[in-house]
Design a protein around this ligand. Structure first.
Ligand SMILES: Nc1ncnc2c1ncn2[C@@H]1O[C@H](COP(=O)(O)OP(=O)(O)OP(=O)(O)O)[C@@H](O)[C@H]1O
Length: 262
């Protein structure tokens, strides 16, 4: 179900170059970028308002940058809409759960496969074999990630009222059902208990190690970042101010200044 690790020879699976995002007079991202290696878990950190979410939204296609480029597996995808990026293997999860609250876990995961839907509204209305085939295909994909993320006991429960840690796993499952090569996660640990954070971190590591899926996490919890990530990019005021392994970045005076001064 999952794609092979990208071939040796590709240095970077994702390259984000010189991005600028403006909202009216506010410059949210001011020439920032990063590069992601195949199989890497990369964190983007920085004080509130640094531009992390805006940068991630440019990568997933939700924001159009004023300037800059997003290159995925050597292909310029800057102008592609989010669903086209998802089809290429770039999935995302959301800062505030965007799950359909009144739908079940399995239905939410299948809804994430919408960019692959191959039947028309007419097929749906008459429940044609074409529609049935898609439904079977999507259900099988959903079942596999339910296994992978151990969501069996929740599969037929509506999302509303599930513990936050389970909702985050469902959100991750929805992204993983898309067979991504890269998953972008916006503050995956926000609002979780310590135990829930550990569970989610374990799931991310397992998927990374067994499936070779790369991750970009925007994350505030520095303890999680230090434990989980191979490399860290630090943003402040829309720019990247430091980059490197967690241990190096944690001791960088510019980073300490941004957090204390920020
Ligand atoms: N939709 C928007 N409209 C106007 N201004 C925005 C919008 N989104 C972000 N901004 C502004 O852009 C700047 C960067 O915001 P962004 O959310 O990208 O930062 P962040 O690093 O993700 O912050 P946080 O850690 O608090 O989520 C901030 O000044 C913010 O107020």
């Amino acid at each position: 179900m999952y794609r092979e690790k990208p071939q040796a020879g590709i240095d970077y699976i994702l390259e984000v170059e010189d991005v600028r995002v403006e909202f009216g007079g506010v410059v949210a991202v001011d020439g920032a970028g990063f590069r992601l290696r195949p199989g890497e878990i990369l964190a983007v950190i920085g004080p509130n308002g640094a531009g992390k979410t805006s940068l991630l939204n440019v990568v997933s296609g939700f924001y159009k940058p004023r300037k800059g480029r997003v290159v995925f597996e050597g292909r310029d995808i800057t102008r592609l809409p989010p669903h086209a990026r998802a089809r290429l293997g770039l999935a995302r999860t959301f800062q505030h759960s965007e799950l359909f609250r009144h739908m079940t876990v399995v239905e939410n995961i299948m809804a994430g496969l919408e960019p692959w839907r191959s039947y028309s509204i007419i097929d749906a209305a008459f429940w044609t074999p074409r529609a049935q085939r898609w439904e079977e295909w999507a259900r099988e994909k959903a079942e596999r990630v339910i296994d992978l993320l151990e969501l069996h006991e929740y599969r037929d429960r509506v999302v509303e009222g599930l513990p936050p840690g389970v909702q985050k796993r469902v959100d991750l499952a929805r992204a993983l059902a898309q067979d991504p090569k890269v998953v972008l996660m916006d503050e995956p640990m926000a609002g979780l208990s310590r135990e829930e954070k550990e569970d989610l971190a374990r799931a991310i590591v397992e998927v990374n190690e067994t499936r070779g899926i790369s991750f970009v996490l925007v994350e505030h919890d520095l303890e999680v970042v230090m434990d989980l990530c191979d490399r860290v990019v630090v943003m402040d005021s829309g720019r990247v101010i430091a980059e490197g392994p967690p241990s190096k970045v944690a001791n960088d005076p510019r980073v300490i200044e941004a957090y204390i001064g920020g």
